[in-house]
Design a protein around this ligand. Sequence first.
Ligand code: ATP
Ligand code: MG
Length: 651
Amino acid sequence: MAVSDSPSGGSTPPQQEQQPNKYAFTKPLSLAGPTHADLQRNNELDKFLLDSGLYESNEESAARKEVLHRLDQIVKNWVKQLTRQRGYTDQMVEDANAVIFTFGSYRLGVHGPGVDIDTLCIGPSYVNREEDFFVILHNILAEMEEVSELQPVPDAHVPVMKFKFQGISIDLLYASISLLVVPEDLDISHGSVLYDVDEPTVRSLNGCRVADQILKLVPNVEHFRTALRCLKFWAKRRGVYSNVTGFLGGVNWAILVARICQLYPNAIPSMLVSRFFRVYTQWRWPNPVMLCSIEENELGFPIWDPRRNPRDRFHTMPIITPAYPCMNSSYNVSASTLRVMMEQFRYGNKICDEIELNKAQWSALFQPYIFFEAYKNYLQVDIIASDADDLLAWRGWVESRLRLLTLKIERDTNGMLQCHPYPNEYVDTSKLCAHSAFFMGLQRKEGVRGQEGQQFDIRGTVDEFRQEINMYMYWKPGMDIFVSHVRRKQLPAFVFPGGYKRTRMPRHISHQAEKTGDDATKCYSGSGSGSSERCIKRKSCPEMVDKKPGKPDKRASISPQRLECVSPESCTSKSGGTTQMSIECIEVVRLAGSTTKDANDNCEVKSSDALPGSGLSTEVADMQISEPGFVDTTHDMLKSRSVEIPNEVSC
Ligand code: ATP
Ligand code: MG
C-alpha cells in the first residue's frame, strides 16, 4: 500500500459477521455479539474517547496526507536523478521509481493528534542506504524550506532519518529491494521482497509488513482500532506505555489487542476492552502471545525460537510479530515491569467489572496513576548537562540504560527490593544548567518478612551502572548524573503539577471517587487528577520504610536538592567543585522489618483470585512453561498448536 492509501489502508479485511477460525490460528473463546447493554456502554466509550481528544481534526488529517504526498514526490525525483546520473538508459530513467509506505500507528489508523508518522521508502537495488539515502537524500531534504530538525541516525538498529516536514514529525526508513524497477503497486506482504537483502533492510521492511499482517489477522478492523486506541490511551494514563523503559510500545499493544479481537471475533470495542483485562490478568507469561503460527522458510532469517536461541528463553513477556521473520517485539520487558503491568491489568479488570455492573463509568478506568503517591521510597536519577541540546542527547542515552539499573537492583538484592521505573521525564526549570530527572519506586518484595533494620546496599549496583553510563561515546563536559534515594516527603517540587504537592482528601471521599469515577470527587484536592486505585491502597498501607532510631538517614551522598548550578557551563554540588563524569550513588536503602502484610509500601490490589495459577484449560496447562522446560512445550506451540486460552475467562 503506497502512500496514496489512507491510514485505513487498501487491504482492509471485510467487515461481515465473523466465522470461527477465519482469522485466528486457534479457536475463539466466544462468538457472542453485543447485548443491548454492551451497545450502550460502547456508545459511552466512543463519546469518552472523542471527548478525550484522541482523534485528530480533519485539517490535521489533510495536512498529513499532503506531507506524505510531497514526500512521495521527493523520493521519486531523487531516484530518477540517481538513475540518470548513473548512466542508465532513458527508458530506465523513465521507469525509475521509489514508493513511500506508512507503518506504525498511522498505518494502523490509531494515531492521535500531533504524533509522528512512521514511513518507509522503498527504492531499487542500485540505490543504497549508506550513500544515496543518508547523504544524497539527506542533502536534498536539508535544503528544503519545509524541512526542519533533520537528524540522520544511520547506526540505529533500524537506521532512520528523523525530521519535521511542514511541522509534522516524520521517521523515514529506507529499504533497497532486489528489483531494478520498484512497481507503484508493490506488495510488500509478499515474502519475495526479502530476497537478497540484509538484516537492517528486513527490519526496515517489517514495520510495514507487521502492520499489514495485524490488519489482515483481525476479524473487524474498526473494532480493533477503537479498542487499541482506547488501550493505548489507558496505558499512557497508567504509566505503562514505553518501550524504552521496559513497558510496552505501540506495536506491542497492537498485537495484544489484536489477539483479543481474534478470541472474541464478534465483540464490539467496549467488550474487547473488558475482555482484554480479563484475559491478560490470567495470562501465564511467558507463554507467547501470537496472532499466527511462526513460520520458517528458506530465507533463513532468525526467528523467535526458544528451542534454538537460549536468549529467547529469558523473554518474560513474549509478544510475537506476525510477519516473517517473526520476532519477540517486547524483549525489553523485565520481571519488574511485567509485575507493574500485571498490577495495572488487575486494576483495569476490576474497574471493567464495575463498569459492567454499572458501578463505575469509563472515566474511572482512565484515572491517571499517581506514581508519587504510590511508594514511600524512590530512586531519583538526575541528569544534567550544560545546555538543552546536550541534555537531549545525554538524557536519551541515560534513559536507554535505566532499564538495566532496574534489572541490576533486583538481581543484586535477590529480588527482595523491587523497582518500578516510571517512564515520565521530569524537567527542573529552576536550575541554570539543563536538568531533568527520572524516578523509580522502591518497595520490599510482597510477602517477604524483612528483618528488623535489614538494609539493602546497592552502592555496588549503582557503581556498575555508572560503568555502563561511562561508555557514552559522545560525552561532553557538563554531562553528569546522580542517583539518590529519596523518601516520598522529600520529592522535589518539580515533579508535582504546578510545582506543588497535592494534599490528600479524607478517605471516605476518595473511596467514593473510586466507586464512581466521578471527576468531581477525586482522591486528591488540587489538580483534580487523583488516582482512585491509590486511595484504596492507602487504607491498608502502613509505613514500610523507616529510619532506624538514633541513626542518621543515609541518603545519597549528593541528593538532588543539593545540586546547585553556578553557571550554564558547570554544575556544582555542595560537596565539591565542578562535577565530572561521575555518579554519586545511593548508599543504603533500608527497609525496616515488618510483618508480611506490612512489608509492602505499595499494597497490592488483591490478586489471589485474579492471578493465573488455577483453573486453566487443558490446552493452557499443556503449555505451562516450567523453566527451563520451555523448549519442549514451545516445540508444540511452533506446530501451531492451540495455546494460552484460560478457560476461566467467561464469555
Ligand atoms: P506510537 O503511537 O506510540 O507512535 P507506533 O505503533 O507508531 O505507536 P512506534 O514506537 O512509533 O509505534 O514504532 C513504529 C513501528 O516500528 C511499530 O509499529 C513497529 O512496526 C516498529 N517497531 C517499533 N518497536 C518495535 C519492536 N520492539 N519490535 C518490532 N517492531 C517494532
Ligand atoms: Mg509511531
